[in-house]
Design a protein around this ligand. Sequence first.
Ligand code: HEM
Length: 387
Amino acid sequence: MEPQSQNLKTIPLLSLGRFHISEEYGFLLPNPLKELPDHYRPWMEIANKLPHLIESHQLQAQVDKMPLLTCQFLQSYREQRLAHLVLSFITMGYVWQKGETQPKEVLPRNLALPFVEVSRNLGIPPILVHADLVLTNWTTRDPERPLEIRNLDVIFSFPGEESLRGFILVTVLVEKAAVPGIKALVQAVNAILQPSQNSLLQALQRLRLCIQDITRTLGQMHDYVDPDIFYAVIRIFLSGWKDNPAMPVGLIYEGVSPEPLKYSGGSAAQSTVLHAFDEFLGICHSKESADFLHRMREYMPPSHKAFIEEIHSTPSLRDHILSSGNGQLLTAYNQCVEALAELRSYHITVVTKYLITAATKAKGRRPNYVPGPPLALEERGTGRSTF
Ligand code: HEM
């Protein structure tokens, strides 16, 4: 049998570039476009006024008058990503304009056909995904200044004003905070493939610090997002039409398929960050959670999903550390796992405040509350997990 180190050398080293992941921005699309070619002005005019059109109940009428546009003038990848963002925002507004009691069950062909075509080109489903809402939906006010909330803005919005903006931008900052961790992960995988215990130890220590920074960054939700607005106003626009009692049969995409199609709504469970850390650290979830998280991978850009699969196919970090007998590595590994568990516990406190406590409060005042929080969503997250 060949020595293990020779086997490992035959596996190519991991790199971010191979998976279209940015050294500076991680899974965020670097400096997303804000404008499409002039041909797409009818889409942009609607998308730029979306909160007003939804609140005044004019969006559906405007969309029904929209011309059917060809996708052939969308040339670059970045234009395709912006087109998906624009069409996904219009679609969510169109379906949920009148709330969960009267969702639109048919997406008209002038919206459905280009949306499905762009989605097929990108390899992501025709619904709003995390890669739209967060990864492609940010811009800096001053590109020379650092990425912090005062220097950031969203490109497109739903109703929910400052809380919606805060929800999206804090998640942008979480993605940015993850960048040193993604790089540390790559360094660590390569330190197993071309064995270097020093490099592996340093990478694990950096990964732990990064996970702790993500937890701190997630805490900014409390400063920028009002739980009542999140629960009663924002959440419905992120909701999908799979396992959703408000749309039990799904959504008909006119001109695409006579049968309704079912897709989960946008959720940070579709962010590649924690999936990558889980694969690397060898974290095992309960069957129900693992099945849900695997389904969420279908909502990621294909190159990001491929990155997770590549990590999965590399030699096991746990086995490597256990067989090394190196106590420092074992401690550093355990600290990463602890930091990840703390991040998840903290996330649960956020979920409790923004969904469970907010739901209880909303129930108490329901008779006077118009249009009312989404009832069908009460026991579920926007990705439809029983959180
Ligand atoms: C107000 C803020 C947030 C709320 C209310 C919230 C709520 C939820 C809910 C309900 C789920 C279950 C899946 C679903 O049905 O969608 C979930 C999953 C998840 N969320 Fe959040 N979330 C928030 C912010 C974030 C942020 C900023 C991140 C970081 C990117 C994040 C990362 C995740 C991940 C990775 C999962 C999958 C479960 C796991 O791996 O532990 N969430 N979230």
